[in-house]
Design a protein around this ligand. Structure first.
Ligand code: PFF
Length: 497
């Protein structure tokens, strides 16, 4: 790997790895509830508009940037213009926040797989999750000691992430096939199981019946854009570094369409698995579908276990399968968060990945222990909110400005068209220079106003202030990292293969 940049072994490895990065926990628990909270079937309209006006254009931008500059986010931005390197670092700081807590949710899945063998969550699944499993403290001010089962799960997840990455891209090119195909097979089984249950149709009606009146509400549109960004893993440096491992003359535009559509199709499909089971649960409990539907993590760790318990045949098997689904969905997203971070350092200072990777994994694990405490859940929620609401939007906005105006959208478009299987038109420039930044800008301002007016999640003000301090801290850190002199950045562009 020294000197020559590492390469995917084939185009399909790259596509599959990108799909694996995009498809994650978010497709199963986030998309379905955001969809029904924002107009059900009608949400698909803003969702697909967001996909085509922001998701795909930004994916093309990130692929183009990584492919052209042959480097991870900070060095790629430095090559655009020296002073913009911090934008790349900011992306990595945001992804760092995410990779501190994302594996903790996966650790819960590891633990829940062990409980699934005898349906250990019992009948009171909410009580089990909050009282017995997380042993929630009174609030973010009380960390209240570590929950060892979660720490053990976390160690398992980090070790798995390390194992996937340490052998480099050749091994990763193979691993991603399994980490994408296995969850897909499980998902298909879960959908078939769900659809053959009584009451499933009611659940699907609830999922898909359009309520067009919501389309006038700007919050619905913002939710759609937010979901597209999170789901496609944009603005985190992931897609930039993945495309920097592409050999010369690799297509960009078509790959971006394939990855984006595969991801969004999977989200839509996962909704069938979730809502068919919710329909069944509602029928079994003799209540309406909205009454059993929880948003957020409650859907996966409270509602779904309740439904699994009520399944007529081999419920333990489906319990194991469901949490295995989440785990396998999450693993390739997790390592796609580590790779850009590690590459940021190895590209700039020519450090040896053999050392940087284990150090990052060990530090990630140790810092992640904060989220395994009894008060850790609250912090997970706060960090998730700040990273996704502010971090992603800000980085996306900056990316559009730097490429749209500093580098020039038309120049990037020409480059993309030179190597792609089909040409992208002027519409792309309009999206990158106007549509996406305007929407992200509005979204950012609205979020700041809401935060100032209402705080977040009913937490005490000081907890929100900690969030703001972390947010400002990572911006400062990005500038500091930019200002530390790197080893010359002109190498790293290989002759291709
Ligand atoms: N896109 C992933 C999901 O939908 O679950 C989440 C994610 C992956 C976030 C990769 C961040 C990231 F770098």
């Amino acid at each position: 790997m020294n000197g020559q940049r590492a390469r995917w072994t084939s185009r399909s490895s790259f596509i599959i790895a990108s799909i694996g990065a995009a498809i994650g926990l978010g497709n199963v628990w986030r998309f379905p509830y955001i969809c029904y909270e924002n107009g059900g079937g009608a949400f698909l309209i803003p969702y697909f508009v967001a996909l085509f006006t922001a998701g795909i254009p930004l994916m093309i931008l990130e692929y183009g940037l990584g492919r052209k500059m042959q480097a991870g986010a900070p060095t790629a931005f430095a090559k655009v213009r020296k002073g913009t390197e911090w934008v790349g670092w900011l992306a990595l700081m945001v992804v760092m926040l995410i990779f501190l807590y994302y594996p903790v949710i996966m650790a819960w899945c590891v633990d829940y797989i062990t409980y699934a063998f005898n349906l250990g969550w019992g009948t009171d699944t909410a009580g089990f999750f909050e009282r017995d499993f997380l042993q929630l403290s009174g609030g973010p001010g009380m960390l209240g000691g570590i929950r060892w089962p979660i720490v053990i799960g976390l160690a398992v997840v980090w070790f798995a992430v390390y194992l996937c990455l340490f052998k480099g891209l050749k091994a990763l090119s193979k691993i991603v096939f399994y980490t994408v195909i296995i969850p897909w097979i499980i998902l298909v089984i879960m959908v078939i199981r769900g659809l053959t249950l009584p009451g499933a149709i009611e659940g699907l009606k609830f999922y898909l019946t359009p309520n067009f009146s919501v389309l006038g509400d700007p919050r619905v549109w913002l939710a759609a854009y937010g979901q597209i960004f999170f789901s496609l893993s944009l603005a985190m440096g992931t897609m930039i570094v993945y495309s920097s491992y592409l050999p010369r003359k690799s297509d960009i535009a078509n790959n971006a369409f394939i990855v984006s559509l595969a991801n969004c199709g999977t989200s839509f499909f996962a909704g069938f698995a979730v809502f068919s089971i919710l329909g069944y649960l509602a029928q079994a409990m003799g209540v309406s579908v909205p009454e059993v539907t929880q948003s957020g993590l409650g859907l996966a760790f409270i509602t779904y276990p309740t439904a699994i318990r009520l399944l007529p045949l081999v419920p333990a098997f489906f319990g194991i399968l469901f949490f295995l689904l989440l785990l396998t969905l999450g693993i390739d997203s997790a390592f796609s968060q580590i790779e850009p971070f590690v590459a940021g350092f190895t590209d700039k200072w020519k450090l040896n990945k053999k050392w940087v990777l284990p150090i990052v994994c060990i530090c990630g694990f140790l810092i992640g222990i904060v989220f395994t405490t009894r008060g850790g859940y609250y912090w997970l929620d706060i960090v998730d909110y700040f990273a996704n609401t502010f971090g992603l939007t800000l980085v996306g906005l900056l990316e559009c400005i730097v490429i749209g105006y500093v580098y020039k959208a038309s120049k990037m478009r020409e480059y993309v068209n030179e190597v792609s299987e089909f040409r992208i038109g002027i519409w792309w420039d309009i999206c990158i220079k106007i549509v996406t930044p305007v929407i992200l800008g509005i979204s950012f301002i609205l979020s700041v106003v809401t935060l100032i007016k209402e705080g977040y999640g009913g937490y005490p003000t000081w907890a929100t202030i900690v969030g703001v301090v972390i947010a400002i801290g990572i911006v400062i850190l990005s500038f500091v990292l930019m200002s530390i002199r790197g080893k010359t950045v002109t190498t790293g562009v290989s002759k291709g293969d």
